[in-house]
Every structure is written in C-alpha cells, then in structure tokens.
Design a protein around this ligand. Structure first.
Ligand SMILES: Nc1ncnc2c1ncn2[C@@H]1O[C@H](COP(=O)(O)OP(=O)(O)OP(=O)(O)O)[C@@H](O)[C@H]1O
Ligand SMILES: [Mg+2]
Length: 272
C-alpha cells in the first residue's frame, strides 16, 4: 500500500499509533539550593485506548511524568509525543484529574463541570448535553445543584472526573485521584472508573499508590524505581476489560500481578 502524501514524515507509523510516546526522557530540576534528577532514561508507549497505571516510591517522578505528557513541563532531554505530535506546551486535548478535586467553592457541581467548556469555548448546548451524560454515568444525578461543601469527598472526585471528561479527551491523566477517599468509596469509584474507561474508550494514565487499584484497573502497570525515577518493569495484566470487583480480586492473575508489584517495590509498599 502506498503511503498517503500527507503522512507526517517525522512520525513513523508506530509513533502515530501510540496515544502517548515517551522517548528516552530525563528531567533535571535545578534550583539555587539543589539539583534533582527526577527522571532518567524513561521510555514508554501507550497505545490508544489502553489503561496504564504508574506506581513507585514517593518522589520518584510520577507526577513529573504526567506533567510532561500534559505539556506542563519540558523534558531536559528526550521527547514526548501525544497522538504523534511532539508536546511543546500545555495540551488541550487531555483531561487531568488532580489528587484533590480542586473545585470552585461558589459554583454548583454542574457549573464546576461546565468550567471545562467555558475554558475551551465549547458550544454550550453540546457541553450541557455531555455534562448530563457524565452526571448520569457517575451517579451524581440529583446533586447537580449542590455546592462542593455539600458533597462528600467521593462525590467531589466524581465532579472532578466529569470535568476532566467533558471535552471527550483522547487521553486522561489522573494523579492519585482517589488517594484521599475511604476504602469503600475508593472501591466504588474504581468500579465506575473501569466502566467509564470502557464506555468512553479514552486512553488513561493513572498514578496511584494502591497496588490493588493499579492491578484492578489496568492493562499494564509501570513500576518505577526510587529517584532518579526509571522504569523497573512493565507488568501486563491479563484480565478482560470488563472487571467485576471481588471476582477479579480472587483471580490468580490478579494475585500474580499484585505480588509482582509488591516484590518490585519492596517491603515498604502500600498493602491496600
Ligand atoms: N518544579 C519543581 N522544582 C524542583 N523540584 C521539583 C519540581 N517538581 C518536582 N520536583 C522534584 O522532583 C522529584 C519528583 O517529584 P514528583 O512530584 O514527580 O514525585 P512523585 O513520584 O509524584 O511523588 P509522590 O508519590 O510523593 O507524589 C522530587 O524530588 C521533587 O522534589
Ligand atoms: Mg506525585
């Protein structure tokens, strides 16, 4: 088959296929007081539609890696590509969920979700329709008009998730989004996350400290070393996309993955 004339010459087909392509990246932070190498020789390819979790010790560069993909930070060396394009600045075709929901206290749940549309100047009818779908999907129906302080922590995270998904990003970046929640709410949101990922087909990069969360949600788990962060191993999770919670946890493949992560992270790894 002949190549279409418009094919970008700098993007080999394999790179264009990858939702996220991180190539030999290093990040060094130089401040007056210290010189920190946060990441070293990090290479990672995430195909479209894949769910990848990143686990590793505190300070090993996980958030730094997400910020590189979002274009909020530039690598010291190496390149990052998003759907074939070199990332050179903040990207608008991603969704970002932070550890804390970061909602505006004076705006209702719905208006916090619609903030995304205002920032991106989306047509308002389309944005409202999508917001309604997401409110339904995340079980927030009935709380659209509540202010953030009237919502539980889990509901606030759901609002943040809706906001990150409003513009239907092809790539969703999540940095410990469920870290501040109690265990049961977290499990419930994990189940919803699995469904939302299947329904939206979005590519997800999730940073988490929970080994169970990583194994339950992902196609692959990236295990990082202590700083300077390098990739120690990428573990394939051989489980179907649709995962019920308890039955999945009972599977030998789930135990194999969690044990392997724990072995790689060492004794200090979180037990949840
Ligand atoms: N803007 C910055 N300026 C200077 N140093 C930074 C900056 N951002 C991160 N660092 C340093 O880079 C290293 C990696 O930080 P990063 O936030 O990526 O870690 P992390 O893996 O997300 O940790 P945690 O699990 O605790 O969130 C740390 O040593 C941190 O101090
Ligand atoms: Mg972090």
């Amino acid at each position: 088959m002949s190549k279409p004339e418009t094919a970008p010459q700098t993007d080999p087909a394999a790179e264009a296929q990858a939702a996220v392509h991180v190539d030999e990246v290093a990040v060094r932070f130089r401040t007056r007081k210290r010189d920190v190498t946060a990441l070293r020789e990090v290479s990672l390819d995430v195909p479209m539609g894949e769910f990848v979790s990143i686990v590793g010790p505190s300070g090993c560069g996980k958030s730094t890696l997400l910020k590189l993909v979002a274009g909020l930070l530039k690598p010291t060396t190496g390149t990052v590509r998003l759907r074939g394009d070199k990332v050179t600045g903040p990207r608008h075709d991603i969704g970002y969920v932070f550890q804390r929901a970061a909602l505006l206290e004076w705006r209702s749940a719905r208006r916090n979700i619609l903030l995304q549309a205002e920032m991106r100047k989306m047509p308002s009818a389309q944005a409202r329709r999508r917001a309604d779908e997401l409110i339904e999907m995340t079980g927030l129906r009935g709380f659209e008009d509540a202010l953030p302080h009237e919502l539980s922590g889990g509901m606030q995270q759901r609002v943040a998730l809706c906001r990150a998904l409003l513009h239907e990003p092809r790539v969703l970046l999540m940095d410990e989004p469920f870290g501040a929640l109690d265990a049961l709410t977290r499990e419930q949101l994990n189940v919803e996350m699995n469904r939302i990922w299947r329904e939206t087909g979005t590519t997800v990069l999730l940073v988490t400290h929970s080994i169970a969360e990583a194994a339950y949600l992902s196609n692959r788990v990236v295990v990082m070393s202590d700083r300077p962060g390098t990739i120690r191993e990428i573990i394939d999770v051989d489980l179907p996309a649709e995962r019920q919670y308890s039955p999945t946890m009972a599977k030998p493949e789930f135990s194999r993955v969690t044990s392997r992560i724990r072995d790689l992270l060492g004794a200090g790894a979180a037990a949840d």
